[in-house]
Design a protein around this ligand. Sequence first.
Ligand code: C2E
Ligand code: MG
Ligand code: MG
Length: 545
Amino acid sequence: MGGSAVSAHGINSMFWNTTQDNTRRQIDIVALGIVTASILLFVAVGSAIGPSVVRSLSGGGPGPNAFLLNAFLLNIAIIIFGWSRYRELCAEIAARRQAEREALRMASTDAMTGFLNRRSFDAGVAALLAQTAAGNRSLALVMIDLDNFKQVNDYNGHAVGDLLLRECARRMTAVFPANALIGRIGGDEFAAALLFDPRRPGTMERTATALVTAIAQPLQVGDVFIDTTASVGLARSDQLEADHRDAAALLDMADVAMYHAKRQGRNAYAWFEPHMADEMRFRSELEQGIREGIGRGEFVPFYEQQIDLMTGELTGFEMLARWDSPQFGLIAPDIFIPVAEEIGAIGDLSQSVIAQALEDARTWDSKLTLAVNISPVQLRDPWFAQKLLHLLVDANFPPQRLEIEITESCLHDNLAQVSAIVTSLKNQGVCVSLDDFGTGYSSIGQLRHIPFDRIKIDRSFVSRLIEDKDSAAIVRAIAVLGEGLDMPVTAEGIETQDVLEHLRQFAGITGQGYLYGRPRRAHELSDWLESGKPDADEDPLARRA
Ligand code: C2E
Ligand code: MG
Ligand code: MG
């Protein structure tokens, strides 16, 4: 913090000194004029009355002229007054200078950490960059983002969040050299700029390692230990293109490197490399493509069969979204859903595919259900239930045939709100399943908070059922749990007949997987349904027999 305070002063000192010097010079000239005039007058009057005063004191003549004597005394008073006024003015200037310095500090720094704010940091980086043009030093830009700050704030409250930010700032100050420029440039985003010898990049690497290690140390607040980590991106001025040597470009490069470190698993640092910029470009094309693709109807529903494993009967379909992009081709949801969530487009995307799915499902046999996946981000929207019911009314689709699938991670978010949304949907007749069960670390106790209608066993356990004893044990445990809680169970990811046979030992279990065919588009599905095969594609067991 000390380092940045010095630097903040440095950036603005030129402006500061000019203003101060002008004011002081004006006062000096006035004061000097008054004192000079008074001294001249003092000397002139003193020499005029001096001899008569001496004569009068020695009894040799009349006293000094009364007018001149008064003028002399007045002159002394003016000198004393002038001096004391000068002293007062100096004190006033000192106080004003202090106040201005304080105002300047407040305008250029972040109150929470004492680091530079974004504007002053950018200005400081530009000034340091200019210094590298002539010398043989390089400027390193270090971008630091705390990895789980939002969760800390949400779970522990803002006071603890603030405490964590201040503590991280303290640790950064300890790691960076005193002459580094350090700024807080966003809520949990920090940046530092420091000159280094480009022939010794190891110095920067040691600093980055020390930084990541320092931030990862748990912070104790009362009885609680707060864990946080940082993702750090580094870029150096000699990586800048010759015609693009500006501070913004350097900050962007460090930012790209920081995102790379985050995607690589966080709690790490990465130097900027040009291919990362391509990835970022791809990412921003993806974001733009998603935003525009929703309006153009490029997100389309595919359907996967859900089967009653005991009878082999088709019970319904799970809708799985695909992006039919003219630019990128057919894209799987694992690619676009997380991006849509991050850019706040998941609500619109989901509504668009669900609306299409409801239209499709209306043409199916009325016994068949439609399951749709809902993102945890959508459950943060307090109007989610109303929006979904609105879609059902618009499509004139019976709520009893709709099942929404939510993942365990929803239970970590805001259990009270999720519970309220689920209850309101259930009151309208919509069913709710817990998707990918076994992967999200939810406690069985949490299951009681939400009145789920179904548990879906994650396919990672189902697909390894035969060769892996642990997976088989987990599947059995979940099937027993479902039976005990009176909740039907669905096994996802059935790929082989051996797995299917194994699962058939559990009464009432339903399943889905590539054994029954890949997810299909609506028109392929309706052709198949109309071909008169209401029971699964063909019973895989029957086929084998
Ligand atoms: P999920 O809901 O668990 O869906 C099952 C995923 O497993 C699907 O992948 C499906 O194609 C795949 N799958 C099914 N059977 C098998 C099998 O036998 N073997 C293998 N290897 N895979 C199988 P997909 O379609 O890529 O979807 C991935 C995830 O994306 C879904 O997992 C779901 O969580 C999410 N998702 C899909 N559509 C949407 C949507 O409209 N909204 C939201 N929020 N998420 C969606
Ligand atoms: Mg699902
Ligand atoms: Mg699943």
